[in-house]
Design a protein around this ligand. Sequence first.
Ligand SMILES: Nc1ncnc2c1ncn2[C@@H]1O[C@H](COP(=O)(O)OP(=O)(O)OP(=O)(O)O)[C@@H](O)[C@H]1O
Length: 697
Amino acid sequence: MQYLQKLKQFANSLLNEVSKKQETKLSKKKEIPSQFQIWRFYFKFMKIDWRGFFIVNLNFIICSLILAYEPFLMIGIKESLQEQNYSEVKYLLFWFVACQIIEQILHFQELQYYFNTSDLARQRIQKSILEHLFSLDIQFFEDNKVTYLSNIVQEGAEQITSEISYGKFTKICTQYAEIISQLIFIYCQSTQIFLLISIIAIIGAIINLAINKKKQDSEKKTDFQNEYKIFALDDIITNIHLIKIFKKEQNEIENLTQIINQNSKNQNQIEYLKQLKYLIRNFCFHAMKLGIILLLVIQGLEESQNKKIIVNSLADILVYSYSTILLSKEVSKLIISKPAKYYHKKYKYIGKVMRLFQVQPKIKDNQTAIQNNQPIQYLQGSIKFENVNFKYPLSTDSFFKPKKSVNQDSEIDSDNSDSESSLSECSQQINSSNSLDGCDAQHTQDQDKLINEQDQDQLQRKYVLQNINFEIKPGQLVAFVGMSGSGKSTLVKLIERYYDVEEGVIMLDDKNIKDIPLNDLRGSIGLVNQEPSLFDNDIEYNITYGCQDGKYTQQELRQICDVSGVSEFVFDEQRFPEGLKTLVGSKGIKLSGGQKQRIAIARALMKKPSILILDEATSSLDAQSEHLVQKYIDQLMGYRGITIIVIAHRLSTIAKSDVIYVMENGEIKEHGNHSQLISQNGVYKRLVYHQIQIQDS
Ligand SMILES: Nc1ncnc2c1ncn2[C@@H]1O[C@H](COP(=O)(O)OP(=O)(O)OP(=O)(O)O)[C@@H](O)[C@H]1O
């Protein structure tokens, strides 16, 4: 019996293993879409310009018919000349000129359409990608690098546009038609020359195919390395202050140089293969030329009556044989471009765009919320947590995250996946002797192991919040305090629905937050966090960004600047001569931490929220400014009944709160007002005692 059970377990684990491996293989394939998949994707998500599509393709067909007909017109002219039939010559010449004119007009029209439609298509694709990207959850942006995503938007749109050129398919058909018509023409002249050209073209195409395969492998490696390069550069430039303060410039330059050098080895190989292809093409051409001349001489000697025709056609044959060789390149390209073999650079981003569209937001309006969706209605501001337990979900939609090494024994923690460690792992892999062959092969093995690991990880993950129960009434000032990492900011993220709880319920105005339209929910909450982010624009833009409808009066703006402490520095003509129009620089680099926080507070107030969350928002303010903000908060509470949640380490900030919740290891340990908590002689009192001790010392 036991033996049978063991056997069943073993069979199950084997089945799991196989299905997971299949999933991995499928997901790898998904990155390299076929032409058919690209078109299907385009039909599904983008709008096709049927008029442009029809005109471009019709032009191609007419042009290819003209091209196929031209050699026969030329033969006709030549024969009529020989027969001295001048009226026929005139007639044929008229058609020849007409063909040339029609061809030029159609080409011109096609070019015009190409520019207009490709530009429009690019804009449309970019807009669709952005719309989809903005609909995704915050977790997706926490798991993926900004540089990488902006690359997908830009490069993806560009590459899809070039791949979905309306005349692409007809163009390929035209090329085939050209090759076939030329071969027919040559065949009509001489079967032997036709055979010679065909054999050399086929051999050339096969060699070309082999070289292209090798070239694509190198390009694949280069793509892989380029991604590391983007990450490395991104990480280094973002942390430039850190690098300078630790005097690591030289180390970083060396690291980067190593990555770039590795890349140049592959680039050289690609260049070498390109040259080789060119050499082979040239060799084939010369071999054909030589072969044709030899055949002509031999045939000329053997068949004197055919000699004239063949010799007269020599120039045509040479011209067409050359273009046939050039076109054989296109044929080989087409053979190589089988869907499964696509991994050319231009397909890389298309695959990523398609994968991006497969990622769907998990946090969205449910059916009840959709029915409730009316123009934004502000909430009253009561908040209730009932038996909430929460752990962060594992990321599954990471696009290019250099994975955690499977050999690493360290405990699985979200902090481990940070960019610095990942980057160093990658550069270590790149620098290792196996280089990217090893990196690539290991990537596949790692993926299999990672799928198993991720399942385990999610089960083993610790709860960040446990058994959270509390109720905040509208207009209350409530504070959350506790040691670093106790889960205070996580709690705020849950109120904003950046993450959804799976155990327990969060109620706002007695409604489950999952039933409130996201627009209403987020539109009613003002958030100021520890690291305020500002747009690279002027101060006024940054403050009024919070304005829901974009409408505000200068008086209103001035009032908010006064109460948030912005007026204190922004209207100082010596330091800020341009006042509210002062540019703040990238991420507000031209402002002090305190100034940035005051702007962020003003921005949140401009939103006229029902719930204001200050997550360490006043940590960079001096005591006087903090007092000023506090005064405004008191005013605001009385005036609009706004609910305020404050998270602060500096306990003096929260002493006046109606209720203080004390958190430890993801649990609420105590609650009450300041004096109640002091009398409890528990965690809060210890925290206050520690702070007083630190201040005294
Ligand atoms: N996006 C995330 N993914 C996974 N884990 C996270 C994420 N954000 C935070 N954590 C983890 O959740 C725990 C609680 O973090 P949180 O930021 O809520 O603490 P906190 O009490 O606000 O700390 P602090 O006072 O230092 O800001 C920490 O262990 C942290 O590592």
